[in-house]
Design a protein around this ligand. Structure first.
Ligand code: NAG
Ligand code: NAG
Length: 410
């Protein structure tokens, strides 16, 4: 650990609470830390002062614009402009998105990467800033209320819009669409290097410290989401393993297969031959948290314990299925439009039965972790020959997720 001068340049990108965005502002740009050569690897910097957290609350504002006579007009609409053809003099109602920004000191423990210019070496250096509040401090609660009121007009406009965001300041760091697989086992979260099998624990005792499953990676906000059966709720999981319970419809009871497509829709279900649901987790969506579709799937004849969405392979959820009694393995896919299973390839006795964690890669690859022996296998989803890539940890009561858009394996 290295103590720093009081002035530091640190930047934090994170998202807090429903639609409001939170980010830490630079503390001071007059940074002048000079490090001797050789100590910059894994550098931690303890902050003396809390980083500033900036919260941005979006809200809708409406206004009326008079159109004096028939004709074609360009009017502002949201963040762009639109063309309006008027048949006669009229009034238009224009809705735009505006934001209100609040800044306050962070009151909870946090850490985030930072890079600064080292004057000694004439090069930039990276490290991790960390802030731990004094034991006596209490969490800051910040309430941001934004109200817009409309002026009287002949044109009916939507009523006054109010957007309120109340938050206890817990900046939860997002992931960064890195190449790793993320594995949840019971209530512990691990990072897995798929090409070497190296597995690192990030946090344990997630949520209520009861079994967590059906984990997916949301590429729209860079959080992991998973289902905790004991509370029948969806947890949002940050890069450091902190969790927030999301206010949504409940997934099917006992769900253990899950992934999130690139529209932010969480596909969650109870294996291959049972209930499934599609729940909206797209930030800012008018139907956020609602079940958009659900049903009961007909068995493909194989057991399935995780599925992955691979955008460039069509609207399917891919899974490695197995029949344990016959030691048979197959590659399957569940159509997101017809909601039926199809068999892509049957491999016979491959030695892979019981894949509890699957990770997708958008070049058409599914990485599968075999529960019993911990081997990680690569399945080309075109149906080509699968092969073992690395030795990971044996695992049970587990699920895997990955940022499918990252095409590197480590
Ligand atoms: C979670 O539960 C396990 C056993 O069920 C226990 O060993 C562990 O200490 C708990 N972790 C936390 C953080 O409470
Ligand atoms: C996808 O990328 C991985 C990692 O680089 C590679 O091992 C794999 O062969 C690629 N898959 C396809 C189908 O190109």
């Amino acid at each position: 650990m290295t103590k720093s001068p009081r002035t530091l340049l640190c930047a934090l990108g994170t998202v807090l609470y429903f639609g409001s965005n939170v980010a830490a502002a630079p503390l001071d740009i007059d940074l002048d830390i000079c490090l001797p050569f050789g100590i910059e690897v894994g550098l931690f910097i303890d902050l003396f002062d809390p980083p500033q957290v900036t919260e941005v609350v979006p809200f809708f504002a409406t206004s009326t614009t008079a159109i004096p006579s028939a004709g074609t007009y360009t009017v502002p609409a949201g963040i762009s402009a639109t063309t309006v053809i008027a048949q006669q003099a009229t009034e238009l109602c224009v809705t735009s998105v505006t934001t209100k920004t609040t800044t306050y000191p962070c009151s909870t423990s946090t850490s985030f990467p930072t890079t600064w210019w080292d004057p000694c070496k004439s090069s930039s250096t990276s490290g991790t800033c960390q802030w731990t509040p004094p034991a006596t401090s209490t969490p800051t609660t910040v309430t941001t209320t934004v109200t817009t009121t409309l002026t009287e007009s002949a044109t009916p406009c939507p009523a006054t819009t109010t957007s309120t965001s109340t938050s206890t300041s817990t900046p939860t760091p997002t992931l960064s669409c890195d190449p790793y697989g993320y594995l949840v086992q019971y209530a512990s979260l691990y990072r897995v290097d798929l090409s070497t099998g190296t597995t690192t624990e990030i946090a344990s005792g997630l949520g209520q410290n009861t079994s967590i499953n059906a984990m997916g990676y949301n590429t729209l906000d860079n959080y992991l989401y998973a289902y905790q059966s004991s509370t029948k709720t969806i947890l949002r999981i940050s890069a450091d393993g902190t969790t927030v319970t999301v206010d949504t419809d409940a997934p099917p009871a006992g769900s253990y297969v899950g992934d999130i497509d690139t529209n932010g829709h969480y596909w969650v279900g109870v294996g291959a031959a049972s209930s499934w649901a599609k729940i909206d987790l797209a930030p800012g969506s008018p139907t956020y948290g609602k079940t958009l579709a659900h049903g009961t799937a007909t068995s493909p004849g194989y057991d399935v314990a995780d599925w992955v969405y691979i955008p460039n392979a069509g609207e399917y959820l891919y899974a490695v299925g197995s029949i344990a009694s016959k030691s048979e393995t197959a590659l399957l896919r569940f159509s997101m439009s017809t909601h039926k299973w199809e068999t892509v390839a049957n491999y016979g006795k491959l030695g892979v039965v019981g894949v509890g964690a699957a990770y997708g890669m958008n070049n058409g690859t599914l990485y599968a972790s075999e529960n019993g022996n911990g081997q990680i296998w690569q399945f080309p989803i075109s149906g080509g020959t699968p092969f073992m890539v690395s030795q990971g940890p044996p695992s049970g009561n587990n699920d895997g997720a990955r940022c499918v858009l990252n095409l590197l394996s480590h």
